[in-house]
Ligand binder design. Structure first.
Ligand SMILES: Nc1ncnc2c1ncn2[C@@H]1O[C@H](COP(=O)(O)OP(=O)(O)O)[C@@H](O)[C@H]1O
Ligand SMILES: [Mg+2]
Length: 332
């Protein structure tokens, strides 16, 4: 096995009576991507803040690139980059100036900073916007600048806290591309997300946390299997008898759920081949279908399966983020 780039060992964090993180452990092998997946308030940000030495664990510890977060926080900070949940770029500086500022805070050589800034601006499609102040950037551009800034010191380990939250779908896909490139260049990545799809797209391994504890972990495939995998959804067109369609389908699936109003039959899917086989059976039967497809499990489905409750906000949450979220919601 490759040596671990990130290790969390029984991390616990209390804020007064609130137990934000309640014994979280995981290992991220060098050069791989860990997705820390969980709903709002699960303890993702607190875990990242402990691992990046921004907040001290109540108990437990961790290592980044072999350095202990308690014993040697300065070495940890030198080995990692962090992009937080809220953008940290200085809005009144240009993209290039933001890079230069952070580069000099790291004590990097001015010529190196200039060259690295050019490369990063290019890589994150910000070359043209590099001399405009960040205030004029779109949300996606700010996120990319944030990421570029956290890479100026070329850290081997990168922590990203919900890197695509608030981005439009296109910027999200673009950012995923950039992250894949980074990983293929050898960076170890820990990213937090509320979205199964994002973890699925990027992560080699996923740790699911809820209420401060790890409730599941595995590869994206393993997790989806555990959540009942995808559903096969057959929509029967108006003419034919729904019961006849159900009778035809029943021998080929484990169980069928019938929705009379929607004229839909839903069953656990066993892969693409299964779907095409079922489509063939309907073709031969003369029962006309409007649609046949696979519905993939959402994070909600995974959560419901793993925890028995929906991945929703706990009513007793009081974190800053929660307040910011509800303020945003009220403004909408
Ligand atoms: N500084 C803090 N003071 C008090 N409670 C906090 C603080 N930071 C986080 N919490 C609480 O800890 C829990 C986990 O929060 P957080 O780590 O931000 O979760 P996530 O990032 O998964 O949304 C929440 O209940 C939150 O309200
Ligand atoms: Mg968070």
């Amino acid at each position: 096995m490759t040596r671990p780039a990130i290790e969390a060992e029984g991390l616990v964090k209390h804020f007064g009576d609130t137990v934000a993180v309640d014994g979280v452990s995981f290992v991220v092998p060098e050069g791989s991507v860990l997705g820390l997946l969980g709903p709002n308030g699960a303890g993702k940000t607190t875990t990242v803040r402990m691992m990046t030495t921004l907040t001290r664990p109540t108990s437990g510890t961790g290592r980044v690139a072999g350095h202990d977060i308690l014993a040697d926080p300065a070495a940890v900070r030198r080995s990692m980059g962090l992009t937080g949940q809220a953008a940290t770029v200085d809005e009144l500086l240009t993209g290039r100036e933001n890079l230069r500022l952070i580069g000099s805070l790291y004590g990097l050589d001015a010529r190196y900073i200039k060259r690295a800034s050019d490369e990063l601006l290019e890589r994150f499609s910000l070359a043209e916007a590099g001399d405009r102040i960040a205030k004029t950037y779109s949300g996606g551009m700010r996120r990319r600048l944030d990421l570029a800034v956290s890479l100026i010191a070329t850290p081997p380990v990168l922590f990203l806290d919900e890197p695509t939250t608030g981005l439009d779908p296109r910027s999200r896909v673009e950012l995923w591309e950039v992250l894949r490139e980074l990983v293929s260049d050898g960076t170890t990545l820990l990213l937090t997300t509320q979205y199964l799809e994002e973890a699925d797209q990027l992560a080699d391994n996923i740790v699911v946390i809820d209420r401060g504890t790890v409730i599941a972990e595995g590869t994206p495939l393993q997790l989806k299997d555990r959540s009942g995998a995808a559903a096969l959804v057959v929509t029967v067109s108006n003419g034919p008898d729904l019961a006849a369609a159900e009778a035809l389908l029943r021998p080929h699936v484990r169980e069928v759920h019938v929705d009379v109003g929607a004229r839909q039959l839903t069953a656990p899917a066993e892969g693409l081949g299964h779907m095409t086989r079922v489509a063939g059976i309907f073709d031969e039967s003369g029962i006309v279908l409007d649609d046949i497809g696979l519905k993939r499990p959402s994070l909600d489905d995974v959560f419901l399966h793993l925890t028995g409750h929906r991945a929703e906000q706990r009513p007793d949450d009081t974190g800053d983020e929660t307040t910011a979220d509800s303020a945003e919601e009220m403004a909408r």
